[in-house]
Ligand binder design. Structure first.
Ligand SMILES: Nc1nc2c(ncn2[C@@H]2O[C@H](COP(=O)(O)OP(=O)(O)OP(=O)(O)O)[C@@H](O)[C@H]2O)c(=O)[nH]1
Length: 405
């Protein structure tokens, strides 16, 4: 009997929209389905891959740069081959694209694969309900990404009011008239939407899958629209990423074995430049009583620390990836270097320095490994201590309704 082909689902969405959170939720709620993941981190430090480690049945990680610009597609082919080999027993492969990838290029690469054990399984586009209007203005190409999706997840529904949610929902339905648009919080969608039957809209028309012809026509249309002076964003033939989202972005990686001074780090975070849209990784503070691993996420104005114990054998350190447009990478790195404790035990002597950090602490990171999914809930999860959320980060400056530990 012929072997069933393994669907390869592309999980895309702008920086910080919640792709890893959604993937983690799927992994913890897809009983019995064996998921293979290909994770494409933008920075050299593979934060996403580490966030998924231990959850997934099989994972390969493609760090440092967008997969969509791989000139040599054989690397992806090699990974697909590995995950799709009969012995691996994988039912579905999910490629988590970097937050700056061109999903269309990834789809093209999957369709071009001559691996007979796999089949393109559709594009899931994750949209950040709180940031979409702003990012769409800065990056109109996001409309096109939504337009080619088979399923749109309107994530972070808990971060906007009902009217805001409805307005974004209507925009997305207009941009993707034939794809279901599902509001969600913390990526909690039904795994069956991706892994089993394909989702269908109100009508009986099957969900559209892009064919090679569609992609070819679309690429030609875009090329024509750009005109002779426009840069060709197509990949695979010596592409330099021109015209792609990520061509406008820089990433900075920062690691430190020396603990960071909480006051200096908060001064940096509170004053972070507007273009610095995404920060992820973890921080080691030397302050007494706060020596845990502080996982850090910033997405636009949003800022959170999620403390957890260091894993057995893990050496406490700081590893951060910072991604932004129009940022001075050298200056950002210098500012971070200045956040290192200069004297041993400095933080321990001044525990009050942690107060600034604690304003942004949330005890549990929903969707993180070990955190069970709770489908259908939009509410803000339990926060630091007993008292609910520690205030939404209002970006640089003081967060609204800040509370102190
Ligand atoms: N309030 C809220 N926060 C969310 C939700 N989904 C994700 N987050 C938080 O948003 C931040 C970014 O989530 P990730 O899942 O890492 O986003 P991502 O798309 O994988 O990020 P990149 O890979 O950098 O593009 C984390 O702090 C998440 O905990 C949600 O629905 N509501």
């Amino acid at each position: 009997m012929a072997r069933r082909q393994i669907p390869v689902v592309v999980l895309a969405g702008f920086l910080g929209s919640g792709k890893t959170t959604l993937l983690n939720h799927l992994l913890s709620s897809s009983d019995g389905t064996r998921v293979g993941a290909i994770v494409n981190d933008f920075g050299r430090i593979e934060i996403d891959a580490m966030a998924l480690a231990g959850q997934v049945d099989s994972m390969v990680s493609l760090g440092n740069g967008c997969l969509c610009c791989a000139v040599d597609t054989s690397e992806l082919d090699g990974f697909l081959e590995r995950l799709a080999r009969p012995g691996a027993g994988i039912d579905v492969i999910v490629i988590e694209a970097s937050g700056l990838a061109e999903p269309q290029e990834l789809i093209r690469m999957i369709l071009a694969s001559d691996n007979e054990h796999i089949v393109y399984g559709g594009l899931v586009e994750v949209v950040d309900a709180a940031e979409f209007a702003r990012t769409r203005t800065a990056h109109p190409e996001l409309d096109r990404h939504v337009g080619i999706a088979d399923l749109v997840v309107l994530n972070k529904a808990d971060r906007v009011d009902e009217a805001g949610l409805r307005a974004t929902l209507e925009t997305l339905e207009r941009l993707a008239p034939r794809a279901p648009v599902i509001p969600a919080a913390h990526g909690r969608i039904d795994a069956g939407l991706l892994f089993d039957e394909r989702p269908r809209g109100e009508d009986t028309e099957p969900v559209r899958q892009l064919s090679f012809e569609d992609l070819y026509r679309e690429a030609n249309r875009e090329r024509a629209a750009r005109g002779p002076a426009g840069r060709d964003g197509g990949c695979g033939d010596g592409c330099d990423g021109g015209g792609h989202l990520h061509s406008a972005y820089d990433s900075v990686e920062f690691t430190s074995g020396t603990p960071l001074d909480p006051r200096r780090l908060m001064a940096f975070l509170d004053g972070r430049p507007d273009g610095l849209y995404r920060i992820k990784g973890w921080v080691h503070f030397g302050a007494d009583g706060h020596r845990e691993k502080f996982t850090l996420h910033a997405v636009g104005d949003f800022l959170r620390f999620y403390p957890s114990p260091w894993a057995r054998g893990e050496t406490p350190d700081t590893q951060l990836v910072l991604i932004g447009a129009g940022i001075d990478a050298g200056a950002v790195r210098k500012e971070l270097e200045a956040c290192r404790e200069t004297e041993p035990g400095e933080g321990a002597a001044d525990e009050t320095g942690m107060w600034g950090v604690l304003r942004y602490v949330q005890r549990e990171q929903p969707g993180a490994p070990g955190e069970p999914g709770r489908p259908g809930e939009y509410g803000e999860p339990g926060a630091y201590g007993e008292q609910g959320a520690y205030g939404e980060a209002g970006g640089p400056g003081e967060p609204e309704d800040a509370e102190y530990a």
